[in-house]
Design a protein around this ligand. Structure first.
Ligand SMILES: [Zn+2]
Length: 260
């Protein structure tokens, strides 16, 4: 099976979080991945030694730092855009919003699509889909698909779930809305959703390579960090978090499912 890596921001700006990788580190990751004999592409999910690179949230730094870096190597990636936040800052992110990051404008999204990058949906407003009623869930999925298709002029068939959170209901609604490829976060794959391994600022080049070689400790580490992202999702939804694992909603207990 090929691997799917999940990045967020590739930027030099410091922030109190783990989701920003510097452009220099990112470039080192790419060199190491290619030198290790992995092909970077997203079209062949069943091939060995193929890595699909994905980028959540559609930040402006994707346009500034990722696109030139990948373009110079002749490789492409998938960027998941929050359709209702194009051209705005990340006010949906309650965690470290004292330092806002800008999202790509519609024009920039159109441009990256024209360059051959795949634009996927990261919903309309980055809500935890497991907590929405049927009408809101449908709107998050369908409105974002339509809006991004209008911007790119291409079919949008890939979706990544905000905070990596989904349940059977959200996955079924996504397939019904016309998505064909659904992406989670973390090593667990269920409901037809493709697992992705997050890359964090603390990951060294060897750690990234170990993730690709499915080193269980590296994936375990990613899952632990990702479980904190789940807590952020709960906080942003205004719910009280009584304990780390116990307050997960009806998503089948993603927090508990680390490694077998
Ligand atoms: Zn996100």
């Amino acid at each position: 099976m090929s691997s799917v890596l999940a990045y967020h921001k590739v930027d030099n700006r410091f922030e109190l979080g783990l989701t920003t990788v510097s452009p220099k580190s990112f470039s080192r990751h790419l060199t190491a991945i290619q030198n290790a004999g992995f092909k970077i592409e997203c079209g062949r999910p069943d091939s060995e030694r193929v890595v699909c690179l994905t980028f959540d949230d559609g930040y402006d730094c994707f346009y500034r730092n990722v696109v030139p870096s990948l373009d110079s190597r002749g490789v492409k990636a998938i960027v998941f855009v929050i359709s209702g936040f194009m051209g705005s800052t990340n006010s949906w992110d309650v965690r470290f919003s004292y330092k806002p990051f800008r999202h790509m404008t519609a024009k920039q999204v159109e441009e990256v699509a024209k360059l051959g990058f795949t634009v996927g949906s990261h919903t309309r407003s980055h809500k935890d889909l497991t907590r929405l009623d049927a009408a809101s869930l449908s709107s998050e999925l369908r409105d974002s698909k339509k809006q991004l298709e209008d911007v790119t002029g291409a079919e949008v068939d890939a979706l990544s779930f905000p905070y990596g959170r989904y349940n059977q209901r959200a996955a079924e609604a996504a397939f019904e809305a016309g998505y064909k490829r659904l992406f989670g976060l973390g090593s667990v794959s269920r409901e037809g959703v493709i697992a992705r391994t997050p890359v964090y600022s603390i990951d060294s080049v060897p750690a990234v390579l170990r993730k690709l070689e499915s080193n269980s400790f590296e994936i375990f580490k990613s899952d632990i960090i990702h479980s904190f992202a789940n807590v952020s999702a709960l906080l942003s939804s205004g719910k009280r978090v009584s304990r780390l694992g116990g307050s997960a909603s009806d998503n089948g207990g993603e927090l508990e499912k680390t490694r077998r």
